[in-house]
Design a protein around this ligand. Structure first.
Ligand code: G3I
Length: 344
């Protein structure tokens, strides 16, 4: 019998995992119950899952996760109210069925923007109203910053049609519907990168100055065995804390390959690679413990290596980014952050 990960970290932060509803049984469910005290929906709480057609809300998948969490005394994080992916097209079509982003007439553009913000407001009040008592932390917007763009904002349909107004609208609607008890996050990847971090900081500051109710930054933390440095990860969080914002690690995993490496270890991942992964996980968790309070949650993007988005991204190959292997056994990475004396 091995120690519980969540128990090991109970004085620091809850330990979460992203799941699909169809994983909530068998050995995966056993692992989750033992090692996690927080769940996130990998896909089931995205707009495409919850409101595939206008007015056609579907709660079955999201409810399964909330019910499993409740039955097992786990918290839930919400991912995500707004994203440029996995959002049904109908959001962005005008009354005549034309893409709003293509509209050039200023009066029609204005009407489209109002309609889109109204759809967003309706959506958010419905979703937050339903889950506000079950879900404390919410990803309100996901991946809105893009430092390579001239104005530093991702050129999504949301942005093309409303500018940054969708951000204000969604945060304000979420706060109104959920009250002060829910915590509202901007979530993004690569937040350790100084350019991304600084643009995100600027956005958060501008919004906070306008009274937009942002509580924290979600750092996805999809990292690799080679980069970024733990120092950069921690420095970025400290910078957001200066704004009075909370930090959460929301999608942690660690690819076995450096960022531009397209090779494949095949069936057997070399032991020294798993060992290096373990050392890096240890370095990260040591830094989080040394900076107690810097993050209020750590969520892994999955639980065992049998199910990870990385096995098909950026190419289809053997990946093993999590703490448990594809047979649900604890890896060196698990022992590195739970009991390094067992590493040998
Ligand atoms: O639901 C359909 C299914 O009906 C169909 O048969 C199947 C065939 O491909 O596709 C299924 O949809 C897939 C969906 O996951 C559910 O499995 C999509 O193709 C696939 O693109 C989708 O991928 C998800 C991805 O977000 C979408 O961008 C991953 O599971 C999910 O892990 C990933 O999560 C994102 C976070 O939300 C944001 N941060 C990055 C992270 C990793 O990309």
């Amino acid at each position: 019998d091995i120690p519980s990960l969540a128990e090991t970290y109970k004085d620091f932060f809850p330990i979460g995992a992203a799941v699909e509803p169809n994983q909530l049984n068998g050995l995966t469910a056993e692992l989750l119950k033992k090692h996690a005290n927080l769940l996130v929906a990998e896909n089931a709480m995205k707009p495409a899952s919850i409101q595939p057609t206008e007015g056609g809300f579907r709660w079955d998948q999201a409810d399964e996760i909330v019910n499993f969490a409740r039955a097992n005394r786990m918290q839930v994080r919400f991912h995500t109210l707004v994203w440029h992916n996995q959002t049904p097209d109908w959001f962005f079509l005008d009354a005549e069925g034309k893409p709003m982003a293509d509209e050039t007439d200023p009066k029609r553009r204005d009407a489209n923007k109002k309609l889109l913000l109204k759809r967003l407001d309706t959506y958010v009040r419905e979703v937050v109203g339903r889950y506000k008592d079950d879900i404390r932390s919410w990803d309100v917007v996901n991946e809105v910053v893009e430092p390579a763009e001239p104005d530093g904002m991702r050129s999504s349909d949301w942005y093309k049609i409303t500018g940054t107004d969708f951000i204000e609208t969604v945060f304000r609607a979420a706060r109104e519907a959920g009250g002060p008890g829910i915590k509202l996050y901007i979530n993004d990847y690569g937040t350790d990168d100084p350019r991304k971090r600084d643009r995100l900081y600027e956005l958060a500051k501008t919004m906070l100055d306008k009274g937009v109710p942002i509580d924290g930054i979600g750092h996805q933390t999809h990292i690799s065995i080679a980069s970024p440095s733990v120092d950069n990860i921690v420095e970025s969080m400290k910078k957001f804390r200066e704004l009075g914002l909370d930090n959460q690690i929301t999608e942690l995993d660690m690819s076995l390959y450096a960022w531009n490496d397209r090779s494949d270890y095949g069936a057997e991942v070399p032991a020294d690679v798993l060992r290096r992964q373990a050392e890096r996980y240890r370095e990260l968790f040591d830094a989080l413990k040394a900076n107690k309070g810097l993050v209020s949650a750590v969520v892994f993007w999955g639980i065992a290596d049998d199910h990870t988005w990385l096995s098909t991204f950026p190419v289809t190959r053997t990946e093993a980014p999590l703490l448990f292997d594809k047979n649900y056994q604890a890896k060196p990475a698990f022992w590195a952050i739970v009991d390094p004396s067992k590493l040998g």
